[in-house]
Design a binder for this molecule. Structure first.
Ligand code: GRF
Length: 202
């Protein structure tokens, strides 16, 4: 049975492109990227979807009367696509409990730090500011808490003495891309359960 992945992004979309290219190359088995939702008209991810002939939809936040209504609009679009996995790729909004429970254990996110360290915005800068010698990225399932869901996969990266946020992110991005692809491959291929906020591969 074909698995249908949708991506939600706010920005550049390099993680979206990595997932789309992996799916097109057959690296994600029978999975297909069925569409991209962006919440910003200027998101670079849209062009990446156009280039790959993937359907893309802009859903504005401000036209919705509440966060729940916006989440509901996301769900309606995802249901129209018959999506069964939702990959957040640089999506800058927090999804509410209604959305998370509708799509429980089917929403995945990539974060630029080794969670639970440095959740929230600017994870790489937070690591730099904290003076840690090693950081990395995390792919995790999304739950109600901010960047708090079960970890699927992490990869590390040394922080170099002269690193700036820009140089750190430049080295982190390709690591994120391969971590996200590998994590999705695992989630799609291997049955799992979530026990005490941890993934148990069954
Ligand atoms: C990535 O660094 C990801 O970890 C964070 O947002 C960024 C998105 O980058 N959640 P891109 O738009 O995929 O290039």
């Amino acid at each position: 049975m074909e698995r249908r992945l949708a991506v939600i992004a706010s920005g550049t979309g390099s993680n979206f492109a990595a997932l789309a290219d992996a799916a097109a190359a057959g690296i994600l088995g029978d999975a297909k990227i069925v569409g991209l939702i962006v919440d910003s008209e200027t998101a670079g991810a849209r062009q990446k979807a156009r280039d790959r002939q993937i359907e893309h939809v802009f859903i504005a936040h401000k036209v919705h009367p509440s966060a729940e209504a916006f989440d509901g609009a996301l769900t309606s679009q995802l249901e129209r696509w018959n999506a069964d996995w939702i990959c957040l790729a640089g999506f800058l909004r927090i999804l509410g409990p209604g959305f998370v429970s509708r799509w429980r254990n089917r929403v995945v996110n990539v974060h630029p730090s080794l969670l639970p360290a440095f959740p929230g915005l600017h994870g790489a800068k937070q690591a730099l500011d904290a003076g840690v010698k090693e950081t990395g990225c995390t792919v995790h399932l999304v739950i109600e808490g901010l960047d708090a869901g079960p970890v699927v996969l992490q990869n590390k990266l040394p922080v170099l003495p002269n690193d700036t946020e820009a140089t750190l992110l430049e080295r982190l991005h390709p690591i994120e891309h391969r971590t996200y692809v590998e994590a999705m491959r695992m989630l799609l291929e291997r049955p799992f359960a979530v026990v005490d906020n941890r993934i148990v591969w069954t």
